[in-house]
Design a protein. Structure first.
Length: 143
């Protein structure tokens, strides 16, 4: 059974954010770091080289594969801010959040991520509610 490649590290979250080249993406990452910490209740931890994660949970698939992953988090990538709302992928979580996603603002959805260009494109209070609900769903399922 293989381990996940992306794991928590001791790297500095502040150093990572300060090294983000794009000024707007860096400023948005500072806002997101505070928002995720306040909303999730967890301190930020670097996961791998480019993901800022909050909390963690242990999963086990029917296949027997198991591991640990962050409860929620984000990554300031070159093209987008990537938001990880893990609870939206659990037991129809997306279906339960349709109304919120429709109010969020300009965004794209991927297989396991929410993509936004800049924070000014979205309603931050809706993102805060999505993070809150996602964390609650994950805690209910995994803790």
């Amino acid at each position: 059974m293989s381990d996940a490649k992306t794991k928590p590290t001791d790297a500095s979250v502040a150093d990572f954010i300060n090294a983000v080249e794009n000024k707007r993406r860096r400023e948005d990452a500072l806002v997101l770091a505070d928002l995720f910490k306040q909303t999730s209740g967890y301190d930020p931890v670097m996961w791998g080289e480019s993901i800022i994660g909050y909390g963690q949970y242990r999963y086990k698939y029917k296949s027997g594969r198991e591991g640990e992953w962050m409860l929620t988090g984000f990554s300031p990538r070159k093209a987008h801010q990537v938001i990880y709302l893990m609870g939206c992928y659990v037991d129809g979580g997306f279906d339960m959040q349709d109304e919120l996603f429709s109010k969020l603002g300009k965004h794209k959805m991927g297989a396991s991520c929410l993509y936004i260009n800049k924070l000014s494109d979205i309603d931050i209070s809706v993102l805060e509610e999505l993070i809150t609900r996602s964390c609650a769903l994950m805690r209910d399922k995994y803790h």
